[in-house]
Write a protein that binds this ligand. Structure first.
Ligand code: SF4
Length: 376
């Protein structure tokens, strides 16, 4: 089969996998003039690049209930050989069309056999073609520790898709997978390998959850995310709102609304960057985040005892609790205070603070600023 046809097809098949480089389903692919599927992405160092995002194969022996590539689904199946994929990437790179690779795969045999082909792709790209740049490799569920280590040697970033936050939720969407052995164990191995200095992984490891069809609660997802950040050193957790795919057992399952994915990202950010714990987040009685307002604002409204925060004396973490103030603006406030007092909302506006949101929760030199209350 022609390489271009495979590239078109297996690039399209990779669309459900988040690369973990600020690619989300909301970020649209670029279809270049050759009809190839490329993704704009933001790397962990903030650089904007285009990645070739592709599957090695879409043939799968597993039958995860939500997946377009599941065994038995009537669709064309294709596979690259490692040589084909490596030389295709090299040609795109040399023409300046891509700056990195995101490689995932369905499971068309034993997990370690699929991993061996992925390792071969990365090794050829690095050794034969001398590519020094960004390669994100996805671990195949059920791979051995030796295969995970061999894969990680060539990767800038590696990821394992946990898919669900518990064995029970995973059973509801991917009955053939074992949460602990197939998915969680590799995350712990990768942590060990990095700590032992056996692999470098400059952009660390990430994971992804499929949100919705497993019946999981936001609280479960975020509790596990918190532990993954704290205990396993993950760089990012990605949340993918489920969208039904025709001719799968979940084709009639309602799609997960985009606002739920958005709320999860907001809450995740509070845990990762703002010093919040899951226990502090405002969940409803079912354990889910509210559609009505962002979690930081809802937390602030529920905690009047914490406010007002005096902008001229509060520490970094107190400032971060104020709606409308993020890590960058909190740092700007602290640096501006060294030069003198912050006297009015205009001063804050100049520092990039969303004053409409912050005003009800602050004082400036002991005085509450006058403001118009904004709606949630
Ligand atoms: S293992 Fe499951 S999620 Fe992955 S490609 Fe196969 S059916 Fe899809």
């Amino acid at each position: 089969m022609e390489i271009e046809k495979k590239l078109e097809f297996l690039g399209k098949a990779a669309q459900y996998d988040l690369c973990g480089e600020a690619c989300s389903p909301m970020v649209h692919r670029l279809k270049d003039d050759l009809g190839r599927w490329l993704y704009p992405a933001v790397l962990p160092d903030g650089k904007r690049v285009v990645l070739l995002k592709v599957l090695l194969t879409n043939a799968c022996v597993n039958d995860c209930l939500y997946c377009a590539n599941r065994a038995g689904r009537d669709c064309p199946r294709m596979a690259f050989t490692p040589e084909e994929l490596a030389s295709t990437f090299d040609a795109l790179w040399r023409r300046g069309l891509v700056k990195g690779l995101f490689l995932s795969s369905a499971v068309d045999g034993k997990p370690d056999d699929v991993m061996a082909r992925m390792i071969a792709v990365a090794e050829i790209i690095r050794r034969r073609y001398g590519f020094p740049g960004y390669i994100h490799l996805k671990v195949i569920p059920g791979a051995s520790k030796a295969a995970v280590e061999a894969l990680a040697r060539w990767a800038t970033r590696i990821s394992v898709n946990l898919e669900a936050p518990s064995p029970e939720a995973l059973k509801r969407i991917a009955p053939a997978k074992n949460f602990t052995e197939n998915l969680f164990a590799p995350i712990a191995w990768i942590k060990e390998l990095v700590e032992e200095g056996k692999v470098l992984l400059p952009a660390g490891q990430t994971t992804q959850f499929m949100v919705g069809p497993g019946g999981e609660k936001d609280q479960e997802l975020l509790r596990l995310a918190q532990s993954l950040y704290r205990d396993f050193g993950l760089r990012r957790v990605y949340y993918s709102a489920f969208q039904p795919i025709p001719d799968t057992p979940f084709e009639d399952h309602p799609p997960t609304p985009a606002w739920r994915e958005n709320r999860l990202y907001q809450a995740d950010f509070l845990i990762r960057r703002y010093g919040f714990t899951v226990e502090e987040l405002p969940f409803d009685s079912e354990g889910n985040l509210s559609r009505e307002g962002d979690p930081k604002l809802l937390w602030a409204l529920k905690h009047p005892e914490f406010f007002p925060v005096e902008i001229n004396t509060a520490d970094y973490y107190q400032l971060l609790r104020v709606p409308g103030i993020g890590p960058r603006s909190a740092r700007r406030i602290i640096s501006a205070r060294r030069k003198g007092n912050i006297n009015c909302l205009e001063d804050l506006k100049r520092l990039g603070i969303v004053t409409k949101r912050a005003a009800p929760f602050i004082t400036l030199k002991g005085k509450k600023p006058t403001f118009q209350m904004s709606l949630i």
